[in-house]
Design a protein around this ligand. Structure first.
Ligand SMILES: C[S@@+](CC[C@H](N)C(=O)[O-])C[C@H]1O[C@@H](n2cnc3c(N)ncnc32)[C@H](O)[C@@H]1O
Length: 203
């Protein structure tokens, strides 16, 4: 099954409230983003944002130059209908991040639990090339993945676990690691999942 088909089917079969990665409050992402003290007009993209409520929280906090990208149009439709009229303030991309051609630059790239699905080195290379071309100089990246010792699969797909050394090796020497946070995420089915959040900055 193609990647897109897998995710479209996933979001058609399941309520976004029941997916294992669901968070009512994206606490660490918000704390990391707010710690950057970006102006409210900063261009922020949530890559693989799915039906996450991060965009709702960012709008509430006054950020108004927001984009959400996901391979699943169905996932984005969930967010758009939840946001109602406010959805018009956000740019939506139904796209695969490995083939996406960014038409503008961003100050911050956020990705929670997307990069770790790229088990193929060529896909990771394309992701990193897109990240580099989409980010302004000194731009920020927040990537969250499963940590070493955490789950080995998500939504029946294999994933790659990361630690600091592995993430820095993937992103290359154009990025400086600024901060790392660990999270024990509790899924709606009450299971523990070990996540790691990386904040990096483009040189
Ligand atoms: C585990 S979910 C995380 C969703 C969201 N970031 C969150 O934290 O709630 C992974 C998301 O990545 C999307 N996705 C998977 N592969 C992708 C790709 N190659 N390009 C863009 N989105 C992708 C899926 O559709 C799904 O919404």
């Amino acid at each position: 099954m193609s990647r897109k088909k897998h995710w479209e089917q996933f979001y058609s079969d399941k309520s976004p409230l029941d997916v294992s990665w669901f968070q009512q409050q994206p606490t660490i992402s918000l704390a990391l983003i707010n710690s950057l003290k970006l102006p409210k007009q900063a261009a922020i993209i949530d890559v693989g944002g799915g039906a996450s409520v991060l965009v709702d929280h960012l709008l509430t906090e006054g950020y108004h130059n927001l984009a959400v990208l996901d391979i699943s149009a169905q996932a984005l439709a969930h967010s758009q209908s939840r946001l109602g009229k406010q959805a018009e303030q956000v740019e939506w991309f139904a796209d695969d991040i490995t083939t996406f051609k960014p038409s503008r630059k961003f100050d911050l790239w956020h990705d929670r639990a997307v990069f770790h699905f790229l088990t193929d080195a060529t896909d990771r290379k394309h992701y990193v090339a897109n990240l580099k071309s989409a980010l302004v100089p000194k731009g920020h990246v927040v990537i969250a993945t499963f940590a070493m010792g955490g789950p080995t699969k998500c939504s029946n797909l294999d994933i790659v676990q990361y630690d600091e050394a592995k993430m820095c090796a993937e992103l290359g020497n154009e990025f400086v690691l600024r901060d790392v946070h660990h999270e024990l995420h509790i899924t709606p089915a009450n299971k523990e999942q070990s996540f790691i959040y990386f904040h990096l900055q483009k040189k």
